[in-house]
Design a protein around this ligand. Structure first.
Ligand code: GLN
Length: 481
């Protein structure tokens, strides 16, 4: 059962296993391993078993698709009807949504079985999962180290075989960075490809949902189900969704791959070596490399850490103790209710972002910070638009280092923010990006990132998949797991 979704799907189809057996297998592993790893905030055992039985019946009736009966985990940022959705915050620790997010609905319709809701950084703010109200998640490759964030629970769950695949969200790197640190594959689609309806907002102009999986093929299967126009999300784009699995094996002969020189200057030498090795693999497959320049990428950290807090301060204004979520005990008056609810309900990082965001949006500073950051964002996007006239995809590192030890960056927000230096620009530009395993530094996985032009997820998955047909990094398993 330690297999990819594509393999499990075949075994379900050939009746070698049933979805019930598979679901029981994962539930048992969660029971045994998750006390320690802490990937899940909520496990929905009963509902999962019922959904697995229903999936088996559907298959028996000849109505199964490739995802029917596949057990997956949902990041606890996606609203799930009747099941707690906490966003890893005290503010929502008891919140039960009255509806399913579109992503959840789509994956249910595709026949997947939800095992539970995964741990994350509070409101998706963080790069290490240390900002969760429910405690940190451990990296299955080294339990002294972080799994990355904010989708750390999803990434660790897939890496540790506690789920066949999982959902994540990526505002500045939160799918790609944890995928890299946990040795799995994660794709952040083009902004607008996957509906944000029912996905709790952090920074709305950057947030995008996507899958975390063991291989590009699995990511393609999940993305097929997750993508598509949704009239309930005004930023959802009404474009046809190609079958992402159909082009996985296309030849990449003649493909032009850009190497942005700014991403390689001063890069960690083990990561640089792994990327060099990947370059050779790609050349053997017929791709051509070209150095490109994305000079504005240096501006992405300052631009992001103005824009994301600005949007978060606005989005999180709704948590006021009045309508839903946490309410402080015995409020004396309205102001006391707001103050204590928000002081107790939010963790430190969330409060830091709300304060920064409120500041950069305030009348006297709006032009100097927020407007300026929007201009930088435009420059960053223009760089990519220019680059994609010369190349088809861009290859870069995903992270500046492999998984780091717990506590290493918690007292230094700037060094934590730097973990996303290679991923942020993609969100600011709204482009798709994928991280895939590219090797190891001792026992720690190293990821590499491929960036594509708008709505070229199929191409990214193809380029990732062909690499995975000639390498086996993505098939390695953490020892003792
Ligand atoms: N680590 C980044 C942040 O803290 C990105 C998080 C994300 O993509 N959700 O904001």
């Amino acid at each position: 059962m330690f297999k990819t979704i594509a393999e499990l799907s075949q075994e379900l189809q050939s009746k070698k296993i049933s979805s019930l057996e598979l679901t029981q297998f994962y539930l048992k592993r969660i029971q045994e391993l998750d006390k320690d790893l802490n990937c899940f905030i909520t496990v929905t055992e009963e509902a999962a078993l019922a959904a697995a039985k229903a999936a088996d019946e559907k298959r028996a009736a000849g109505q199964a698709g490739r995802l029917t009966g596949i057990p997956i985990a949902q990041k606890d940022i996606f609203c799930t009807k009747g099941v707690k959705t906490t966003c890893a915050s005290q503010m929502l620790h008891n919140f039960i949504a009255p509806y399913d997010a579109t992503v959840v609905k789509n994956l249910k319709q595709a026949g997947t079985v939800m095992l539970g809701k995964t741990n994350m950084d509070e409101f998706a703010m963080g790069s290490s999962n240390e900002n969760s109200h429910f405690g940190p998640v451990k990296n299955p490759w080294d339990k002294e180290r972080v799994p990355g964030g904010s989708s750390g629970g999803s990434a660790a769950a897939v890496a540790a075989f506690l789920a066949a695949g999982a959902t994540g969200t990526d505002t500045g790197g939160s799918i790609r960075q944890p995928a890299a640190l946990c040795g799995i594959t994660g794709i952040k689609p083009t902004y607008g490809r996957v509906s944000r309806y029912g996905m709790i907002a952090f920074a709305s102009s950057l947030d995008q949902g996507g899958p975390l999986a063991r291989s590009a093929e699995d990511a393609a299967l999940l993305l097929n189900a997750m993508s598509g126009f949704d009239e309930r999300d005004s930023t959802s784009v009404d474009l046809p969704v190609p079958d992402y699995t159909a082009t996985l094996n296309d030849s990449i002969k003649g493909l032009r791959i850009g190497l942005p020189k700014e991403y390689f200057a001063g890069l960690n030498s083990e990561i640089a070596q792994r990327l060099e090795a990947a370059r050779h693999e790609y050349e053997k497959l017929g791709a051509q490399f070209k150095e490109i320049s994305l000079p504005a990428m240096q501006l992405s950290i300052p631009a992001y850490y103005v824009i994301a807090p600005a949007e978060c301060s606005s989005n999180l204004a709704r948590y006021d103790g009045v309508r839903y979520g946490y309410r402080c005990p015995e409020p004396q008056n309205l102001e006391d209710l707001y103050k204590r609810t928000r002081s107790d309900g939010f963790g430190n990082e969330v409060k830091r972002r709300i304060m920064i965001g409120t500041y950069v949006l305030s009348a006297g500073y709006y032009d100097a910070y927020y407007l300026k950051a929007q201009k930088l964002r435009r420059l960053i996007r223009d760089d990519f638009v220019r680059a994609f006239k010369e190349v088809d995809v861009i290859l870069s590192p995903t992270t500046p280092s492999p998984a780091f030890p717990f506590g290493e960056k918690t007292n230094d927000p700037i060094s934590m923010y730097l973990s996303d230096i290679y991923t942020l620009a993609v969100n600011l530009a709204g482009l798709p990006g994928i991280s895939i395993p590219a090797g190891f530094n001792n026992h720690l996985p190293i990821g590499m990132q491929l960036i594509g032009n708008y709505f070229e997820e199929a191409r990214l998955l193809n380029v990732a998949h062909v690499y995975q047909t000639v390498t086996d990094w993505h098939t390695r398993k953490p020892t003792g797991i």
